[in-house]
Design a protein around this ligand. Structure first.
Ligand SMILES: C[S@@+](CC[C@H](N)C(=O)[O-])C[C@H]1O[C@@H](n2cnc3c(N)ncnc32)[C@H](O)[C@@H]1O
Length: 266
């Protein structure tokens, strides 16, 4: 029997190269917006970049590559060594020497307090079993006045649609923990010491065949997903935009946050 961390490694190490070319990961309006916000966090002027950024759950490195031109140092962090090898190769090919890789999980960040001007993460947090601890760690390593940029696929506020979504996600990929709905995100970020200043969302259409192929979902699990989809109640079919071939549409959510002001105890 394997632990969740072993399941994550088994899923991602073998598939690292597929993530470098996956259209869902290599592009998207959230990546464009992330680049704009990161530039703001770097405080870019005409001067050479001086700021440092941390990308937690970097996968094949798309967020790190997008923000790198505005930072003197970008740490691409992931527990899967196969992903980090892909990042190193791709960073060299793109002439981005400011990117370095670190093998670690988000809930145990091997950095001193207040090390980074920007801490960011994209399409990774739904795999984190200890998400509250990871958010506290991200808060700890952020400099005062720094920014948090968190992007992930969102869960549904409606419990019925949410249960269906989490179920098909888990059948497709055993390393899935939970796509958190916006209200859960707001509560978790506040509890970790962040003030959210912006929340933006985009529809994300997941094309069924490539969605299951990327995770090498076994045929019996694919059949179970299709059965759940075809037998789903109308409310769920509508909320998740189920199509004939099993493709469906969820949302990508972006949170832009700062360390909360701390008030002295009187
Ligand atoms: C879909 S990929 C990330 C995509 C990437 N950030 C991008 O922008 O294309 C998800 C990554 O999260 C990583 N991951 C899983 N659990 C993690 C954890 N607890 N802490 C940090 N990263 C984790 C996986 O190893 C995997 O590389």
């Amino acid at each position: 029997m394997s632990t969740h961390e072993q399941t994550v490694l088994a899923q991602f190490d073998a598939q690292a190269r597929a993530y470098l070319t996956s259209a869902v990961h290599a592009q998207g309006p959230d990546l464009v917006r992330a680049q704009e916000l990161a530039r703001h966090a770097a405080g870019q002027t005409a001067a050479a970049p001086a700021a440092a950024a941390l990308d937690v759950g970097c996968g094949a490195g798309h967020l790190s590559f997008a923000i790198a031109p505005d930072f003197a140092r970008v740490v691409a962090l992931d527990p899967a060594p196969g992903m980090l090898a892909v990042v190193r190769d791709a960073a060299a090919a793109r002439h981005l020497p400011q990117i370095e890789t670190v093998e670690a999980a988000g809930d145990r960040l091997p950095f001193a307090d207040e090390s980074f001007d920007l801490v960011c993460s994209r399409k990774s947090a739904h795999h984190w079993r200890r998400i509250e601890a990871a958010l506290r760690e991200m808060r700890r390593v952020l400099k005062p006045g720094g920014h948090l940029l968190m992007i992930d696929t969102e869960g549904e506020e409606d419990p019925l649609a949410d249960t269906h979504l989490q179920t098909i996600e888990l059948l497709r990929d055993r390393s899935h923990v939970r796509s958190h709905a916006p209200r859960q995100w707001q509560a978790m970020l506040a509890a970790a010491g962040f003030t959210v200043t912006a929340h933006e969302t985009w529809p994300l259409r997941l094309e069924f065949a490539s969605w299951v192929e990327r995770m090498r979902t076994p045929p019996d699990a694919v059949a179970m997903i299709r059965r759940l989809q075809t037998e789903a109640p109308a409310e769920v079919r509508q909320a998740l935009g189920y199509e004939e071939d099993g493709s469906f549409t969820i949302r990508t959510g972006l949170y832009w946050a700062s360390p909360a002001q701390e008030f002295p105890c009187i």
